[in-house]
Write a new protein. Structure first.
Length: 196
């Protein structure tokens, strides 16, 4: 019997993708039994007016620019073809059906774990998938039911407090934030005049 591949799914709008996202993905894939991480670019939610959110394919392109030279991180646009808004439980079911030979694991920040009980069908999610949690500075407590849960593993990844919002605001006010993004992403952002 062939061994199933273990793939971690790291969801985000990645607007823009920055070194915090990349460092977390890099840390998790190198310090777990995952074979790869797929960065799943979340499409624009049509129910929200978000003039700061770049076009889906431009954000996808930036994640490609940042990760194409590293075999352990791949980019996924799976949600682009799914009904909106995207619910993680639906995306995971769709992926599991499409790739029956892969074990999928969800990667999330501690801030998301604190609100996981509000997610659509979160119990189904926990029955069928494992979750790797990385630390985030956030308020509130982790609900009792998720502490020592057999499907939830915490990793001591470095806490990186960089946000895409901070980068967008910085660029809009003329700051040079080249070291907060992969150099190819930074060049692309500049070339395309994004977030100005």
């Amino acid at each position: 019997m062939t061994k199933k591949n273990n793939i971690g799914l790291y969801f985000g709008t990645f607007n823009p993708v920055h070194i915090g996202h990349l460092a977390i993905a890099n840390y998790v894939v190198e310090n777990s039994d995952l074979d790869q991480i797929w960065m799943v670019v979340t499409p624009h939610n049509p129910h929200k007016k978000k003039n700061t959110l770049l076009d889906d394919y431009q954000r996808l392109h930036m994640v490609h620019l940042a990760t194409d030279d590293y075999d352990k991180i791949k980019v996924s646009n799976i949600e682009f073809g799914l009904p909106q808004p995207s619910y993680t439980v639906h995306t995971l079911a769709h992926l599991s059906e499409k790739y029956p030979d892969i074990n999928f694991t969800l990667i999330m920040g501690e801030d998301n774990l604190k609100s996981l009980h509000k997610w659509k069908n979160y119990k189904v999610l926990l029955e069928d998938y494992s979750i790797i949690v990385y630390p985030r500075v956030s308020s509130g407590k982790i609900p009792e039911q998720f502490i020592n849960h057999p499907k939830i593993t915490s990793v001591p990844a470095p806490i990186i407090e960089i946000s895409s919002t901070m980068i967008r605001q910085g660029i809009a006010t003329g700051k040079d934030l080249r070291y907060f993004m992969h150099y190819q992403v930074q060049n692309y952002v500049e070339e395309m005049n994004f977030y100005k």
